[in-house]
Every structure is written in structure tokens, then in C-alpha cells.
Write a new protein. Structure first.
Length: 394
């Protein structure tokens, strides 16, 4: 692990937080691995000390969410935690996040940012790479059908133009850190000297130099927050939770890796959230709609009007159509993100019983009732079972 060198002569145990790990990450206990990964990524970026210089509360929150992710991202340890809580982890190997520097914690989880979602890492042969950023946009189903554009506004850290990233006031220069003697790392002992760990210097945070006469614009950080506005193209067929990656719109490498910002910029990830629709439910590339159907239409058969995302179409109901019957209208769903081929519209008939009848209608139905014989099957399939079969293509 970058910035971490240790020889262990005994097991290091997890120092659990007092809060529930799922609560720390803001996810349900049923959350998938990807949901846990996204939640951690969001919190890690929010609380990272580079974004919150000198904020002890943010640093504590960063350590807390890192500890929660370390447990919940491991299927075996998560299973133990789900059964026994924090007590179940006291006898299992882990990491003591309370004694670690926050930069070392972040380096431990670069795997969740693989392919771009990361920070303080190097791409290629020693080329520093900056942090990726994330923002969100909301789409309607109609916009998913056609694809759309969105204006997004976000903030990022850029190299301070006043000091060119050094953090020092004009006419002055950073000085060698007295804590680490310019090495950027310090050795720490733990558990009564039973192991030794080399971590990033807490004074200069790995830079090897400290700024005594700070730049007025960036206050010695070498980076300033700037606002960006972009127009993003979002392809048709995108799903909620998927992201559009905009290359090189993230942040430059951190100051400790490249004060002047030379290297590879991170990316911007625009995460899509699709709004619920009043009429349609989405299932993959298919759309589902519950269609109110009169008794006479179902009994005698009828040609009925069915709304689509863009207009209307017609559906021929055969005589004797039952409540909950399913019909597929091909090509009226949503486009597949890769192939562009549209899914189907699945129509579910919903029998509507009139609440009020006039005298003539009541008389006619009473006459019909005299001749009616209704056979009730004890094991007729439920509506939801039929819907599941239809969705699966059964």
C-alpha cells in the first residue's frame, strides 16, 4: 500500500465505531456491493482532508466511513457483522483506523476507484493523477427515450494562479518540514512497540515542505475552489444510477504530488437519476402500464386505446379477457443503451367495477346474473406472479 510500510509481530484488531456501519454510509442493510461502493466514494470525496483543511470533524468522518467500507465491502466480514455486530469483529484481523493518517486510509481503498474514480494515485509510469468528481442530474422517462442534454454546475479545486500551486506568498518559498526532515513520512509505533508503521507526515502531509508565509488567495493550500459549468450529452436508454464520464474535468494532481498541477486531471462522473412516472413502470428496456378495463370490454372483446411515452396506440382485447391479463406491444418500450433496439410496452388489464349504476344498467345486469355461472379455481395464479412471468419473458 502506498505510504504504508509495516512489520507485524501481532494481529492488529479493528477499533469499531459506536455507530452502525450501514448508518455511517447511509445505506440499507440490503444494499448491494455497488451501492456500498458508491456511498463510500461519495462520502470519502466529501470528507477528504484536501477538501476540508484543518477540519478535525471532517477527518474523523473520513476515518469512520473508511472503517465502515473496509468491513461492508468484504463479504465474509460483512456476514459476521450482520450476525454479531461490532462484537463479532473484535476477533478478526483488520485495520486500526484511529492511529492511521487519513491519506493512508484513502490509499487503501483505491480499488473502489479503479478506472478513474480515485485520488492521489499515479497513472502510467509515475505520472500523478488528480481526483475524480461526481455530480447528479435527474431525467424523465421521456428524456431517457430520446436522449437529452443537461447543463451541470459543479465546484473543483484548481491550481492557484497567484502562487502557481506552491502555497507560498509571492517572494517567499516553502521551507523543509522539521517533523520529517523533508522526507514526507514518519515512523509510528503501536501496541507497546510490537509493530512499526511508516505513515505520511501529519505536519506537512507528505509534501516534505511547509509554507510559513502563505499565499493570500489559497491560504497555503496551493489550490482554490472554482465553479464550472458544462453541457453534458446523455444517451438514450441510460438507467438510473449509471454515469456519463467527462474526461479531464476533474481535479489536477494534489499539491503533495505535483504542486504546479502537472500530470493527469481526474474525470467528472455525471450520475443519472430517473424520475418516477405517473403511468409507467420501467423494467430494463420494457415499460409496464396498468390499463383500466370495463367489464363489457373484457367480456365481449374490444379495441382499446393505450397511451405510450410519445402518443397512443391500439390494442385488441379478445373476448373473455381476465383481470390481470398481460399483453406485449413490441417496440414501444425504451431503447437499449448499447444496441438502440427498443423494448416492449407490457399492458396489464385492470378490471374496473362501476361504483354507480342507473336503473337500466341495474336491470340488465340483474337479468344477466340469473344466467351467470362462475367457476372459481382454487389455485389460480396471482396477478403479481403473472406479472413476474411476463417480465421474465415467460
Amino acid at each position: 500500500m502506498p505510504g504504508l510500510s509495516a512489520q507485524f509481530s501481532s494481529t492488529v484488531f479493528v477499533m469499531p465505531t459506536t455507530r452502525d456501519y450501514y448508518e455511517v454510509l447511509g445505506v440499507e442493510k440490503s444494499a448491494s456491493g455497488d451501492e456500498i461502493k458508491r456511498a463510500y466514494r461519495r462520502l470519502a470525496m466529501k470528507h477528504h482532508p484536501d477538501r476540508n483543511p484543518g477540519d478535525a470533524q471532517a477527518e474523523a468522518a473520513f476515518k469512520e466511513c473508511a472503517e465502515a467500507y473496509e468491513v461492508l465491502s468484504n463479504s465474509e466480514r460483512r456476514s459476521v457483522y450482520d450476525r454479531y455486530g461490532h462484537a463479532g469483529l473484535r476477533g478478526t484481523p483488520g485495520h486500526d483506523f484511529n492511529s492511521m493518517n487519513v491519506d493512508d486510509i484513502f490509499s487503501m481503498f483505491n480499488d473502489i476507484f479503479g478506472g478513474g474514480m480515485g485520488g492521489q494515485r499515479r497513472a502510467g509510469r509515475g505520472v500523478p493523477r488528480g481526483y475524480d468528481l461526481e455530480t447528479e442530474v435527474e431525467l424523465t422517462l421521456e428524456e431517457v427515450l430520446t436522449g437529452t442534454e443537461r447543463d451541470v454546475e459543479f465546484k473543483r479545486l484548481d491550481v492557484c494562479e497567484t502562487c502557481s500551486g506552491s502555497g507560498a506568498k509571492h517572494g517567499s518559498s516553502p521551507t523543509t518540514c522539521s517533523t520529517c526532515a523533508g522526507q514526507g513520512q514518519v515512523a509510528q509505533a503501536g501496541l507497546g512497540g510490537m509493530f512499526r508503521m511508516v505513515t505520511t507526515c501529519p505536519h506537512c502531509r507528505g509534501r516534505g515542505k511547509v509554507v510559513t508565509d502563505k499565499c493570500n488567495d489559497c491560504r497555503g493550500n496551493g489550490r482554490v475552489s472554482v465553479k464550472r459549468n458544462l453541457t453534458i450529452k446523455i444517451p438514450a436508454g441510460i438507467h438510473s444510477g449509471q454515469a456519463v464520464r467527462v474526461a479531464s474535468e476533474g481535479e489536477p494532481p494534489p499539491q503533495e504530488m505535483s504542486p504546479e498541477g502537472k500530470g493527469i486531471r481526474g474525470d467528472l462522473h455525471v450520475v443519472v437519476r430517473v424520475q418516477d412516472h405517473k403511468q409507467f413502470e420501467r423494467d430494463g428496456d420494457d415499460l409496464l402500464i396498468a390499463l383500466p378495463t370495463a367489464f363489457t370490454q373484457a367480456a365481449l372483446g374490444a379495441e382499446i386505446n393505450v397511451p405510450t411515452l410519445t402518443d397512443h396506440t391500439t390494442l385488441d382485447l379478445p373476448p373473455g379477457t381476465q383481470h390481470g391479463a398481460l399483453f406485449r406491444i413490441e417496440g414501444e418500450g425504451l431503447p437499449n443503451l448499447r444496441s438502440g433496439r427498443r423494448g416492449d410496452l407490457v399492458v396489464i388489464t385492470q378490471l374496473v367495477v362501476p361504483r354507480k349504476l342507473n336503473d337500466s344498467q341495474r336491470e340488465l345486469l340483474a337479468e344477466y346474473a340469473k344466467s351467470e355461472k362462475l367457476e372459481i379455481k382454487a389455485q389460480s395464479p396471482s396477478l403479481w406472479a403473472k406479472i413476474k412471468d411476463a417480465v421474465k419473458g415467460g
